[in-house]
Design a protein around this ligand. Structure first.
Ligand SMILES: Nc1ncnc2c1ncn2[C@@H]1O[C@H](COP(=O)(O)OP(=O)(O)O)[C@@H](O)[C@H]1O
Ligand SMILES: [Mg+2]
Length: 296
């Protein structure tokens, strides 16, 4: 499988007075999982719906394999989508798939196949109305897979999944990308997809705030270190000597921009007895929050 490049270029969408997204540009590469991350209302679904031809852009363009969705010859063979889908509650999972199958040129056998792929075989003949959120997510993914696509666009696929479901979803999209497929998935929680994505695009209030590999995002974390000592007098002198240092108590010192090793070396040189030395820099989640809160 050789997945298509997904390319969003200068995309803007306004709904009346509301600008949902403004000048959004990024790419999702084949063989990689791209996480499209941002708080609720950031513009993720609007971007993905525009990519899939469900919303017409006010300005800019979204392309899959070089062409806008409405111009694709056999879209279901190129891209499978899982959006916030409403299923007919009275239909069984299999009925749902068999209703969609003819629209994408898929056979009844293919319906059984995708049901098995997402682990819903046991529930195939149960009504969707009684499904949990996690089961609905799986059925949504099965629907996306019907046309055997080489790209997947998934809107909040981890939403409502239990930890076992998240682990399963992670394994599935990782394998899909490992075979050359393109995966673009959204989430409002970085922690939920941290172990799933290779690349991150962060959106807030309709604008892209950051795009890079996950490794490069980690490098943006501000370091800091903390130290506990029984010797309040020497600790206070050390605090005065280190820029930005704060005593959070007479026995606890926190210093920005230092690693634990660097702070330990300063303490050693100053003759400060150390009882505890900890890394207290920004977590990845804190970096994500900072980027979404900063003004553009
Ligand atoms: N059909 C619509 N009509 C009016 N406003 C909309 C519509 N769709 C989305 N919006 C608005 O656009 C903004 C982005 O929404 P959305 O793309 O759903 O964000 P997200 O998926 O990141 O939570 C929100 O302010 C939302 O209220
Ligand atoms: Mg959304």
């Amino acid at each position: 499988m050789d997945g298509p490049l997904i390319e969003i270029a200068g995309l803007t969408k306004t709904f009346g007075a509301v600008t949902a997204i403004q000048d959004v540009s990024f790419v999702a590469e084949p063989g990689r999982v791209t996480g499209f991350l941002g708080p609720n209302g950031a513009g993720k679904s609007t971007t993905l719906r525009t990519l899939l031809g469900l919303v017409s852009p006010t300005a800019g363009e979204a392309r899959i394999g070089g062409r806008p969705y409405p111009d694709l010859d056999r879209p279901a063979a190129l891209v499978g989508a899982q959006l916030e889908t409403a299923f007919h509650p009275g239909r069984t999972a299999l009925d749902h798939l068999r209703t969609v199958a003819p629209l994408v040129g898929a056979s009844d056998d293919r319906c059984d196949e995708v049901i098995a792929t997402v682990g819903l075989t046991e529930a195939a003949r149960r009504r969707v109305g009684g499904f949990s959120m996690g089961m609905r997510q799986r059925l949504g993914l099965a629907t996306a897979l019907l046309g055997d696509p080489s790209a997947l666009v998934l809107d909040e696929p981890a939403n409502g999944l239990d930890p076992a479901g998240i682990t399963w979803m992670r394994g599935f999209v990782r394998a899909f990308a490992a075979h050359g497929g393109t995966v673009l998935l959204s989430s409002h929680l970085l922690g939920e997809v941290e172990q799933t994505v290779d690349d991150v695009v962060i959106i807030a209030r309709g604008r892209v705030r950051h795009a890079s590999s996950l490794a490069e995002l980690r490098d943006l974390a501000h370091p800091a270190a903390s130290l506990a000592s029984p010797d309040a007098a020497r600790l206070a002198r050390l605090a005065d000597a280190l820029p930005g240092a704060t005593l959070t108590s007479p026995h606890d010192l926190t210093v920005p921009q230092l690693t634990p090793a660097e702070l330990g070396a300063h303490a050693f040189a100053a003759g400060v007895e150390v009882h505890r030395l900890t890394e207290t820099g920004e977590t990845l989640e804190q970096v994500f929050l900072r980027l979404t809160e900063e003004a553009a």
